[in-house]
Design a protein around this ligand. Structure first.
Ligand SMILES: *Cc1c(COP(=O)(O)O)cnc(C)c1O
Length: 467
């Protein structure tokens, strides 16, 4: 085993050699990096031995906690057989078994599994399958290769995924590289431009989408959507029936429904997949993050027999789906993904979630009284708090004030790790978090927001928002 490098040396090397994702490195270089060395359950432990609650499930991937014995064992057992062999022209037992299990739990009608390595590639695969499907299924219909998606959508960071994404801060500067798409307003109820409330808003939100589909369906290959929760947009939650209606419209107008369940899949919304809340089967479904319980990078794109069969033919017809990655079907990843599904069964994870979801809701409710808290959104174990300048006008806090970041830094001092999205604080605890851990997380969250509202030690008269 390599000798243990002292924490300070690691910190120096990190600042000297690394470039971190979504991180302003100039700032990073000025700070002491938090270096996580180990984990246990809902806790992360750094090189100094300090313990933190993992309030984001290590960016939305972890489900059953860190160092779960079943998951650990699955990797160790597979390692005794083989770490990796290619999936191009070969197969392997865990990948085969996992595909069968995934089809068993997926929305009815999804029949085939295509593996890749991460959420972005799972989305890329879905886009390419959709385009090729229409070329081969209806070659006479003319080009059908445009995608419809919602504004503020996030489907990953590769070029195809950002083409169907729409977060200006992340994607704006790459516009020259992106293919053109059609977009529609998302169901962002808190910032509804018409100030409507559910259910009267339902049609107002869906009518423009129906109009787009009606007039442009001939060129639209697919509608890409994060079902129920637009996560990276700041947990924008669609109203009941919204997804179901989108499914109906896609069927009516002959447009493929591409569900990006990368964030919502594997119990995060309270059911195995978000689509299952509304009895929806998409034509293509991208999964990743929770697929391995947060252990290994693995992803899959699931599809129907109708789409799969459009790729069948004699070799020389060249209907093959020419796409694949070096690590496709990685046995270690598939073995731990199988163990993840086993834990869902043996620990009855989904049934156990119901009381936890209700508890989280009760815990979050009083935070609505804090002066900065504009909106609290929750679906299953995905929750967010949108902080605002003015609760009545809902005026946003300027991004420059970095309120989310400041709250996260306060929470870190108190032993909770968070990763906010602008002014939106995201809380996405591991599904296995205990009641006490959930209570502690929300308690720290409330304290941290409160501290950022009132400068500590300021006399009462001066207790105005520091923004
Ligand atoms: C995280 C995410 C992705 C991208 O997944 P990566 O594994 O980070 O490439 C795609 N879609 C959604 C909805 C996500 O939340």
């Amino acid at each position: 085993m390599a000798p243990r490098t002292p924490p300070d040396t690691l910190a120096d090397w990190d600042r000297k050699y690394l470039w971190h994702p979504f991180t302003q490195m100039q700032e990073w270089e000025q700070e002491a990096p938090l270096i996580i060395e180990r984990g246990k359950g809902a806790y992360l432990i750094d090189t100094q031995g300090r313990k933190y609650l993992d309030g984001t499930s290590s960016i939305w991937v972890n489900l059953h906690g860190h160092r779960h014995p079943t998951l650990d064992r699955a990797i160790k057992n597979q390692l005794d057989k083989i770490a990796h062999s290619t999936f191009l022209g070969l197969s392997n037992p865990p990948a085969i078994q996992l595909a069968r299990e995934l089809i068993r739990i997926a929305p009815k009608g999804l029949k085939r599994v295509f593996y890749s390595d991460n959420g972005s590639t799972a989305v890329e695969v879905a886009l390419k399958m959709a385009v090729q499907y229409w070329q081969q299924r209806h070659p006479e219909a003319g080009p059908k290769h445009t995608f419809l998606h919602l504004k503020l959508a996030y489907h990953g960071d590769t070029i195809g995924a950002i083409s169907v994404g729409n977060i200006e801060l992340f994607h704006g500067r790459f516009k020259p590289l992106l293919f053109p798409t059609l977009d529609a307003e998302p169901p962002y109820c808190y910032r509804c431009p018409l100030a409507l409330t559910y259910p009267s808003c339902h049609m107002a939100c869906l009518d423009p989408i129906e109009q787009l589909l009606k007039t442009r369906h001939r060129e639209i290959a697919g509608f890409v959507i994060e079902p129920l929760v637009q996560a990276a947009a700041g947990m924008i939650m669609s109203p009941p029936g919204y997804l179901k209606r989108i499914r109906e419209l896609c069927t009516q107008y002959n447009v493929l429904l591409i569900a990006d369940e990368v964030a919502t899949g594997f119990g995060r919304t309270g059911k195995m997949f978000a689509c299952q809340h509304e009895g929806v089967t998409p034509d293509l479904m991208a999964i990743s993050k929770g697929l391995t319980g947060g252990y290994m990078p693995l992803a899959a794109t699931l599809t129907t027999e109708a789409i799969y069969s459009a790729f069948l033919g004699k070799y020389e017809e060249f209907k093959t789906f020419f796409h694949g990655h070096s690590y496709t079907g990685n046995p270690l990843g598939c073995a731990v993904a199988l163990a993840n599904l086993e834990v869902f069964r043996t620990e009855k994870t989904l049934a156990g979630l119901r009381p936890k979801v209700a508890l989280l809701k009760r815990l979050l409710k009083p935070l609505a009284d804090l002066p900065l808290v504009g909106d609290i959104r929750q679906r299953g174990m995905m929750a967010s708090i949108e902080l605002v300048q003015n609760k009545t006008t809902r005026e946003a806090i300027p991004l420059q004030a970095r309120i989310g970041h400041r709250v996260a830094m306060e929470a870190r001092l108190r032993g909770l790790l968070l990763r906010p999205i602008g002014n939106v604080i995201v809380l996405m605890p591991p599904l296995s978090s205990t009641r006490d851990q959930l209570s502690r997380m929300v308690e720290i969250l409330a304290d941290s927001i409160d501290t950022c509202t009132h400068p500590i030690g300021a006399p009462d008269a001066a207790r105005s928002p520091v923004l």
